[in-house]
Design a protein around this ligand. Structure first.
Ligand code: ADP
Ligand code: MG
Length: 316
């Protein structure tokens, strides 16, 4: 199949808020009045972020979902994406499944795929995402204030536990593994929560590299510290079954791939946040408090815990 036909068949779909989409030298978009453009890119590399033989449909979903998660973390509404993909060979079945997963996610979040690039090479997926946020309303990492509550959405550690199970580092039942794999393969970016948080949060980040590492970015940007309570971390039933293991505590704190939001907000916003939690049917849990120091303490049984794994770092 020619490159042209491949793009047409697998990557060209109707768009909903784009002036000129795939087919020309560049796409054209307009940003609504009073809005600014939020732009982010995330790359998934075979062997680093996923196994080369992984299910292409799930990879398609995840490749877009992890990018949408960055928009959610800024309080932006994701609108447009580009996809640069390098492939060892043009395998029609693989591409069909990949684009099915990619467009399932695009449809779920109303995102137009407006361009990209396709080349031969080691399997790599680079997505760029663009979204809109009212001018001045984006939620930055740098806005946390002393005494703010620290919150996280959803549950932590499911994806990391799935990965540990797949690598036989932890013995899980077959049912447990297949349930946890849903979190690993099809993360649900928290877009509606992010948009709500524009008026509520002082800072926000999405948890991709692990809570300790990503909350650490908020603290560094805000030049503050925090105490978080180990026993208040939201975990699923399956994770709680294994939470007695030190290694599992570390996965919850630092395992990564959660794609939940971690945000800070003043105490006066508690009731409003709890109402939003029921509206979205999404657990929102208070896990600690910002303080004037400059480090992160994890407290367990009134003692400071030592964290052995600090989150994923590609160059450490
Ligand atoms: P050019 O040579 O001008 O870079 P290409 O042949 O690479 O053009 O791409 C043709 C059109 O297809 C462009 O509009 C480009 O944005 C789009 N495109 C290429 N690859 C992809 C892809 N993987 N997903 C979406 N659009 C793509
Ligand atoms: Mg090109």
């Amino acid at each position: 199949m020619s490159e042209f036909n491949l793009i047409k068949q697998h990557f060209t779909r109707d768009t909903h808020h784009t002036n000129l989409s795939i087919g020309d030298d560049a796409a054209l978009i307009s940003v609504n009045q009073g809005m600014e453009l939020a732009i982010s890119a995330d790359m998934l590399v075979s062997g680093t972020h996923f196994f080369s033989d992984c299910d292409p449909e799930k990879l398609g979903w995840k490749g877009l979902a992890v990018n949408i998660s960055d928009m959610a973390a800024m309080g932006a509404k994701p609108c447009w994406a580009t996809l640069a993909i390098s492939l060892p060979h043009a395998d029609d079945a693989w591409l069909g499944a990949f684009s099915r997963g990619f467009f399932a996610c695009a449809r779920a979040f109303n995102i137009d795929l407006i361009g990209g690039d396709t080349t031969r090479g080691p399997l790599t997926i680079a997505v760029q995402i663009m979204g809109e946020v009212p001018i001045g309303k984006a939620i930055k990492r740098s806005g946390a204030k002393i005494d703010d509550d620290i919150w996280v959405s959803g549950t932590l550690g499911d994806a990391a536990l799935a990965l540990a199970g797949m690598r036989s580092q932890l013995k899980l039942t077959k049912n447990e593994l297949s349930e946890l794999e849903i979190a690993l393969h099809t993360p649900q970016p928290r877009v509606a929560l992010g948009i709500f948080l524009r008026e509520v949060a002082t800072s926000c980040i999405d948890i991709s590299d692990g809570l300790v590492s990503d909350l650490g970015h908020i603290l560094a940007a805000s030049q503050l510290g925090a105490n978080i309570q180990l026993m208040q971390l939201p975990i699923s039933k399956i994770v709680s079954k294994y939470f007695g293991l030190e290694s599992v505590k570390n996965l919850v704190l630092a395992g990564g791939d959660d794609y939940e939001l971690c945000f800070t907000s003043p105490i006066v916003k508690r009731a409003e946040i709890e109402r939003m939690s029921s509206t979205l049917t999404l657990p929102l849990t208070r896990i600690g408090t910002i303080n004037q120091q400059t480090k992160l303490n994890v407290i367990a049984n009134d003692q400071k815990m030592t964290i052995t794994h600090k989150g994923y770092n590609h160059f450490a």
